[in-house]
Design a protein around this ligand. Structure first.
Ligand SMILES: [Zn+2]
Length: 392
């Protein structure tokens, strides 16, 4: 049977992998960073720029929860799916909405059937379940679909986490069943019939939960792999736990994940986290840091973070990052960016977001090249040393 995606490993260096993920909207080189397009927009960046040689993002992420509540699924359906609605032809992954509902905390009510909650927009009562999430993601027509999961709080006991991971496994099975029906029914608005060697259908990823309990993580992975998905994700990390906890989970889970499928670490992280997780065999990442921090006046650079509002840059004619070749660094000084930021000019957010995305995407390019050339260990050491250099 033809598959919706194909994942090929091109090179390995230690546990780090460089692969090609064939999707119905073209090939994606991994490890890959996905800019987050929460509400159908990667905030502060035009799509032309995302596609331009400076950024060249191959894959972006859309949030099911946000798009479902606003503009609503009927609007997106009448516009022919999310790709057409927002004007993006390249590949797209959508999350399941599970994490956003989980973030509502006490505002949601969880049952075996699904999650009932009040919309953060108008307070209306809403219900999300594995079936509803699959139906929404079919209309969105994303190329990579996430199963609907439940995320246990970081501080949850072994018993609570175990129950939550069990629920995630039952929801994964229901997600898979509804997903397959929807593919047969032709509900997927992003379907492509003309892709060679691929089915043209959506691909579905399963999510491993289990919080910081390593035995539960192993069990969760085994359950999800038994159900069978096109790709596998590690969820429930970067939710406030200590860094060593996150690494212990990745060290435990990544080596056990199927070798021939993409591995996605959800919601992680800083540039350093990306390189460290790639070293442990992770292939896909998403995080709001480059866009959110850009809007808050913070730049990520090869020599650590730069707070643009800082008075010490008031007359500094250097670029944000002397090692960065992005359009912002080639053209503008720290002094100018600081001036824009303290004056409340919207261009400050736009330029900082552009540079931050360029830095994240370039970092992944460096990771890929160094794995291919067998030089990843050296790249990783130099990258970390430079980040921690005190001199800005
Ligand atoms: Zn730059």
């Amino acid at each position: 049977m033809t598959k919706p995606i194909k994942f090929t490993l091109n090179a390995q260096d230690g546990a780090a992998r460089q692969g090609t993920l064939q999707t119905r909207r073209g090939p994606i080189e991994t490890p890959v960073f996905m800019p987050v397009g929460t509400a159908g927009t990667v905030k502060g960046v035009r799509f032309e720029e995302l596609e331009g040689s400076d950024l060249d993002a191959q894959l972006i992420l859309g949030n099911t929860y946000h798009l479902w509540l606003r503009p609503g699924i009927e609007v997106i359906k009448s516009c022919g799916g999310l790709h057409k609605f927002i004007g993006w032809e390249r590949a797209m992954l959508t999350d399941s909405g599970g994490f956003q509902v989980w973030s509502l905390g006490a505002l949601r009510k969880l049952t075996e059937e699904g999650a009932e909650f009040r919309s953060h927009i108008d307070g209306s009562l809403q219900f999300l379940s594995p079936e509803v999430s699959m139906e929404i993601q079919a209309v969105l027509g994303s190329d990579l679909v996430m199963a609907f999961d439940e995320c246990a709080p970081g501080e949850a006991s072994h018993g609570e986490t175990s129950a939550s991971a069990e629920l995630t496994a039952r929801w994964a099975r229901r997600s898979r069943a509804r997903f397959q029906q929807l593919q047969i029914e032709g509900a997927d608005l992003g379907r492509r019939d003309e892709c060679a060697d691929l089915s043209g259908q959506q691909a579905l990823f399963g999510i491993v939960q289990g919080s910081s309990h390593l035995d539960l993580r192993r069990e969760s992975l085994a359950r999800i792999v038994e159900i069978g998905f096109d790709g596998y994700a590690i969820g429930g990390l970067s939710v406030g736990e200590e860094k060593p906890v996150m690494w212990s989970v990745i060290d435990e889970v990544a080596p056990l994940m199927p070798v021939d499928c993409p591995r996605y670490l959800m919601g992680v992280g800083t540039p350093e986290d990306l390189v460290e997780a790639a070293a442990r065999g992770i292939d896909m990442f998403d995080c709001v840091l480059p866009t959110r921090n850009g809007r808050n006046g913070q730049a990520f650079t090869s020599r650590g973070k730069v707070n643009v509002k800082n008075a010490r840059w008031a007359s500094d004619s250097r670029p944000l990052d002397e090692n960065c070749r992005c359009q912002v660094c080639r053209r503008h000084s720290r002094a100018y960016l600081r001036h824009l930021y303290v004056s409340g000019e919207m261009l400050a957010s736009i330029l900082l977001t552009h540079h931050n995305l360029a830095f994240f995407l370039d970092t992944m390019r460096g990771v890929r090249q160094s794995i291919r050339s067998g030089d990843f260990t050296n790249f990783r050491r130099k990258f970390t040393e430079s980040l921690n250099a005190s001199e800005q």
